[in-house]
Ligand binder design. Structure first.
Ligand SMILES: NC(=O)c1ccc[n+]([C@@H]2O[C@H](COP(=O)([O-])OP(=O)(O)OC[C@H]3O[C@@H](n4cnc5c(N)ncnc54)[C@H](OP(=O)(O)O)[C@@H]3O)[C@@H](O)[C@H]2O)c1
Length: 271
């Protein structure tokens, strides 16, 4: 059961996800927003978090220092940048607060930092907080195990023109789900580009194709391509609210957990 009235601080509050997260917090009765944090120098510092998100006044000013607000929160939700996320994790570790992390594009070293911090605090880290994507990951495992080495697998993803990392964290999670079900190491078999004389496709590889443009929220399709048939497992996000609702659900869940590194499949009981 979620902790009643879990106090939430949102880092990256005025970002695309930050605004959706404020709506998602307001929509649930078991959590409440107590802090909204933005990058120092952001023009919305000092603005009311509710009004900034096109909601009624909340009497919560957007602040540039998580450290100054940390006593007001039980759980931090962070959708910012890798460097900001790492600084926020260090602070949460020091202060004994749980953190839900949606920021993508973390380096291997930064992921290792999360593992270390999770010895002391609960962390939910997921490249995708959507319930539908996490159900899709389960379906991918099932399909990969059934097809085994009889098919070629590629992942196609499409996002809006402002997304700065590729392939998406979700595409990598999907590739990882397939690779691990097939007993392959994604680092060894991932193919991120095909151009020129590529030669015949190597069945061991898992290909990633990226589209960037317009206002696409997030499309992912995994192709299992065999002799005489093809299965496509597809997830389409139509608004950011699916990620925001999942992240806030994770924040309510983490309030009951001890130290450890969790992902959305733990939150949904899909493991
Ligand atoms: N896991 C998931 O389900 C999921 C879903 C969607 C997005 N994401 C990821 O979440 C991240 C944010 O995405 P977005 O679309 O919301 O990006 P965005 O609109 O650029 O928002 C990021 C926000 O973080 C702020 N920020 C940067 N450094 C900060 C700091 N040190 N302290 C506090 N705030 C800081 C930015 O402020 P400035 O504008 O002033 O720099 C901006 O408002 C990306 O990594 C994205 O890939 C994950």
């Amino acid at each position: 059961m979620p902790t009643a009235n879990t106090k939430i601080g949102i880092c990256g509050a005025s970002g695309r996800m930050g605004r959706a997260l404020i709506h998602a917090v307001v929509a649930r009765e078991d959590v409440k927003l107590t802090a909204a944090i933005e990058r120092e120098g952001n023009t919305l510092i000092g603005a009311d978090a509710g009004e900034m998100a096109a909601l009624p006044h909340m009497d919560i000013s957007i602040n540039s220092s998580l450290a100054s607000q940390i006593d007001l929160v039980d759980v931090v939700i962070d959708f910012t940048t890798p460097a900001a996320t790492i600084a926020n994790v260090a602070l949460c570790r020091q202060e004994g607060k749980g953190i839900v992390i949606g920021t993508t594009g973390l380096s291997e070293e930064q992921k290792h930092f999360l593992i270390e911090a999770s010895h002391d605090i609960p962390i939910v880290y997921s490249g995708n907080f959507s319930v539908g994507v996490n159900v899709s990951l389960k379906l991918l495992e099932l399909a990969a195990k059934a097809f085994g080495d009889t098919v070629d697998v590629d992942v196609l993803e499409a996002h809006h023109r402002y997304k700065v990392d590729a392939p998406s964290g979700t595409a990598l999670m999907m590739g990882e789900a397939v690779a691990s079900a097939l007993g392959r190491d994604l680092k060894q078999v991932a193919c991120f580009a095909r151009s020129g004389h590529t030669g015949v496709r190597d069945r061991e590889t898992i290909g990633f194709q990226t589209i960037r443009g317009g206002d696409i929220v997030g499309d992912h399709t995994v192709y299992f391509m065999g002799e005489g048939e093809r299965v496509e497992i597809r997830h389409v996000a139509t608004s950011r609210m699916n990620f925001a609702n999942g992240a806030v659900r994770a924040a309510a869940w983490i309030g009951t957990k001890s130290a450890g590194l969790y992902d959305m499949r733990d939150v949904l009981g899909l493991k």
